[in-house]
Design a binder for this molecule. Structure first.
Ligand SMILES: Nc1ncnc2c1ncn2[C@@H]1O[C@H](COP(=O)(O)OP(=O)(O)OP(=O)(O)O)[C@@H](O)[C@H]1O
Ligand SMILES: [Mg+2]
Length: 537
């Protein structure tokens, strides 16, 4: 017989732990793997916040990132912006408490979502060097500075060395010392991250000071600010039972009926009635706080049976064709490019998203591999570069899923080509807390493919025309090479003047190569018609 279990002993082993303790042990979940990536992750957290804040303040962002290697191998980081700044009373929560922020509870197209990014960077500095982060923030000529560490056990900020004074400083400056990080210009490094950020944010000016003292400027390519992202109410079709319970229980509406009308989009009085007709046993006049799980589950089921107007998509803000063209030109200087903007669609039934894509060829397109340029795929979500975890991402899946040879791009891997994809949504379905990849859902992959195929078609035509011009030139030069000799021989045979013969032969050669070209073109046109029952919608 088995021994009796000692409940007290068992109970002694039971402990609660804070979110800070959890992520202290699981830094890889937030993108902190490897020295180069860890440094990039910190810069990414600061820069995304800066861009979000500049957008709120309707300011053209100026972002400075300085990285210095200290003699003991630690790195000193300074990241500064000219955005809204953070009110003094919120500084502790913003930089010294995990899962606290202004973005989580609002459905709105933003780079940040979780309230975790910069506060974890502060914790990372603390965990690797034992030093606090220094924050300076300025709003309306009032400046506040302090040192922050995080009490890991309670996930609370500890603020020391506070200073307040007047100065014309606006925005946020974060200084921190970190270890277990490294710097280089590789695909995963800070330089590449900022280069990609600049491509998708042509309105931003970004300056990077590298550890060797080199200053790199990614200049502003456009002074047009992105449109303001508006809040959206959730669409009923994207709703889960857990979401509904959470919303209902924190709602201030008096009745279930008004709760639906006030807190969801597309929920008219008529719709509430239809829903009530399908769920007669639920009292729609009671408070939303009293909604039970079983009732919520029944409601979510019947929501799927009703007909709904599609979700509001005007809240999506892509970079836009004109802006993207400017940015790609400024950074890649391509010979040719094609930008495609797809109309908004929805995934999971109710969440609006849009895809914008571009393919750029030549110039500085493509990633440098051993001195030559080869295909690079730039993945973005809400204009933020996704540098790692390419394997499990809707964008990579879409790129893999295209038969590039149909567009004369069969050797795309070896070509000087940059593929750009930006996934835009009020809620990006990231595959994990580190926000590195867009969940490979069917509706999303299909939209990305359609956008890329349209770009590919255009680049394919360009390359084809280029190839033709080269072929013609080659053919002509072969004729030309022998014309002198042929003319001499004809003079020997016929006694006619070789110069005149040469001139005539040159005219004939030009005419003939043109005719040959015409012939090729006709063949190609026929070929295209045959093979072009394309993958369009
Ligand atoms: N540079 C900044 N300018 C203005 N506000 C900032 C800045 N940095 C941080 N904040 C404020 O601090 C909050 C917490 O930032 P944090 O990066 O931790 O989370 P988040 O941006 O909300 O979400 P995510 O974890 O997805 O990045 C933000 O929501 C924002 O309100
Ligand atoms: Mg953030």
């Amino acid at each position: 017989m088995s021994e009796e279990i000692n409940e007290d002993e068992l109970s002694k082993q039971f402990r609660e732990y804070s979110v800070a303790e959890f992520f202290k042990r699981n830094r890889q979940m937030l993108g902190y793997t490897g020295k180069i990536r860890s440094l990039t992750t910190i810069v990414h957290e600061a820069v995304t916040n800066s861009l979000d804040s500049a957008e709120d303040a309707r300011i053209l962002p100026n972002i400075n990132v300085e990285i210095k290697e200290l003699p003991d191998g630690h790195f000193k980081l300074v990241m500064e912006d000219n955005g809204t700044g953070v009110p003094k009373k919120d500084v502790g929560k913003a930089f010294g408490k995990l899962l606290a922020g202004t973005k989580f509870h609002v459905l709105r197209q933003k780079r940040g979502q979780q309230g975790l990014g910069i506060s974890y960077a502060v914790l990372f500095a603390q965990l690797t060097t034992g030093k606090p982060a220094h924050i300076k923030t300025g709003i309306n000529h009032k400046v506040y500075e302090c040192d922050i560490t995080i009490d890991v056990k309670s996930n609370q900020p500890l603020i020391t060395d506070e200073k307040e004074y007047s100065e014309n400083f606006k925005g946020v400056r974060i200084e921190m010392e970190v270890s277990e990080v490294g710097y280089n210009r590789s695909e995963y490094g800070v330089y590449e991250y900022l280069r990609r950020t600049a491509i998708a944010n042509p309105h931003a000016q970004i300056t990077l000071t590298e550890p060797n003292g080199e200053i790199v400027l990614f200049p502003r390519a456009s002074t047009v600010l992105p449109k303001v992202s508006e809040k959206v109410l959730p669409h009923p079709l994207g709703l889960t039972t857990a979401d509904l319970i959470e919303m209902a229980h924190s709602s201030s509406a008096r009745k279930i009926g008004s709760f639906f009308q006030n807190e969801f989009s597309r929920f008219s009085g008529d719709k509430v009635k239809e829903l009530n007709d399908l769920n007669k046993e639920i009292d729609f006049n009671k408070t939303p706080a009293s909604l039970t799980w079983a009732e919520a589950e029944a409601i979510v089921k019947s929501i799927q049976q009703l007909k709904w107007i599609a979700p509001e998509t005007s809240v999506l803000i892509p970079i836009g064709e004109a802006q993207l063209v400017k940015a790609l030109k400024s950074i890649l200087k391509p010979e040719e490019m094609k930008v495609v903007e797809r109309k908004p669609k929805v995934y999971r039934g109710g969440i609006p998203f849009a895809v914008e894509a571009a393919i750029a060829y030549g110039g500085e397109s493509g990633g440098l591999v051993g001195g030559s340029r080869k295909l690079e795929v730039l993945r973005y979500a809400n204009s933020t570069p996704l540098l790692f975890d390419a394997g499990n991402c809707a964008i990579s899946e879409a790129v893999k899923g295209i038969d590039w040879s149909r567009y004369d791009l069969g050797k795309i891997e070896e070509m000087p080509i940059t593929i750009f994809v930006n996934f835009v949504s009020v809620y990006v379905p990231f595959t994990g807390t580190s926000k590195l990849a867009v969940s490979p859902e069917e509706e999303i992959i299909s939209e990305i493919k359609l956008a890329l195929m349209e770009s590919a078609r255009s680049i394919g035509i360009y390359l084809h025309t280029l190839q033709h011009a080269q072929d013609e030139e080659e053919r002509r030069s072969i004729f030309m090479r022998y014309i002198g000799e042929v003319a001499e021989c004809i003079q020997d045979l016929t006694g006619n003047d070789s110069d005149k013969i040469k001139k005539k032969l040159e005219i004939i050669a030009k005419e003939r190569t043109a005719i040959a070209e015409e012939g090729d073109k006709i063949e190609d046109d026929l070929g295209e018609e045959e093979g072009d029952e394309d993958e369009e919608e």
